[in-house]
Design a binder for this molecule. Sequence first.
Ligand code: G3P
Ligand code: MG
Length: 500
Amino acid sequence: MPAFDDSDFGCQTPLSPVKSRDSYHLQRVSSRSNNLPVGSHGSTISIPVDGPGHAIEVPATRSSISDAQQYMHSLSLSPSMRDRRGSRNSFGTSLPIPRSKRQSRLSSVHYPEGKNGRPGMPPIQPSRDILAAQLQDLSGEKVRAAKDMAFVFDIDGVLVHGDRLIPEGKRVLEILNGDNELGIKIPHIFLTNGSGKPEHARVDQLSKILRNPISTDQFIQSHTPMRALSEYYKTVLVVGGEGYKCREVAEHYGFEDIVVPNDILAWDPTIAPYRVFTDAERATSRPRDFSKTNIDAIMVFSDSRDYATDMQIIMDLLRSENGRLGTVAKDPESQRIPIYFSQGDMLCPTEHPIPRMSQGTFRIGLEAMYKSLTGSDLERVVYGKPELATYKYADEVITSWMEQIHNDEKLPANVYMIGDNPASDIVGGNMYGWNTCLVRTGVFQGGENDEENPASFGVFKNVLDAVQTAIKKELGQDFHFKFDETINPVLHGNGVSAIE
Ligand code: G3P
Ligand code: MG
């Protein structure tokens, strides 16, 4: 049973009220030329309206308030002296996600060797297609079942380890892209908490590692749904990632005015007293007079490469008057700008033997700092697995992908999430009502199943084991994972084929 109600998944209909602890709501950028203090909270903010907008609002499934409390002793200055009225930043009540269909028209399939072709399929082989179509015509029930299931793959620890292929991952994609007894494409998308580069670049890299075509239209990384936020905020601080790659991501998402920490350091290096700011960094940054700029929101897109600098700048902005550097708000809650994180993983496996800290720990640190400096809890919004918004967006992407590969815009009934992390992939999939498969090639190193978040469909030694078991359940135990190009379709099923 899904732990979410159907109503939790519903979009906010235009002009319907957004539930909130107070009267403040997200506001779309209605006109880019009106110089509105977009995202600021100085007046009643209207409910997002449809029309030119392409975002869907998904309710947050966990508190937007800081998690720091449980990790803290008495760090706050004097919280009891503060008037703890409700924050005016109620943005945490919903996480906008983009509607995927408008993007599917911009389909971009990436091939391992740059060949052109069809979405989700190897290079064109007309005779093979004709044979597959004939076989499918004769196997109506199996075809229906193949189109009524879908796989959602976590990436790191399931298909690859960083830049290293997990061999079963390549084979799985070959099967799903048509190397099966029907020559049929079995729908699948990729859902990762990875981040830090534009989708097309990441998909290109993955296609090469996995030696299979992957489209940006079947790919979701942690910050992909944050594209929707470009409709709400004009000037944003983008934090994290290598060099200026996350600026590029934000540009790609349509954010109008993007600031990164280096732009601020180039304006005033004293803001981060321990940072050695190089000439090369200065030359590539875009300084301006930030004492005259209001930053409307903070977007942590990827892991910080310099905690000290990033935390200092973020804290300065959170404590400022409506995102104006050089100011300190009299009331930090009412004048605070919103902050968004692309995912909440505490730890991330890397080449180092002990997992390294990730965005979740960075966020907890910020929450503790904010609480200790202001006495208030920090409201924040977190995207990524296992947040509801990310799974809801995945449904949009699966449906749209179905249209592309089978000309049938529907959500398959039997969705299988395959992941290695019980705390993100599995708990999120379980709550969303998907079948969940836990593999032993990544984070999970436990026994029969994870004790806290057991996978509903089971634990498997690797992704190939999981996929084959799921397909056999849906399409029959005798289903073959090889396309036989020599088969006579008319005699198919009469033992003529040597496929196994
Ligand atoms: O936590 C960051 C990233 O490495 C997780 O990737 O694909 O396992 O969600 P993934
Ligand atoms: Mg993983």
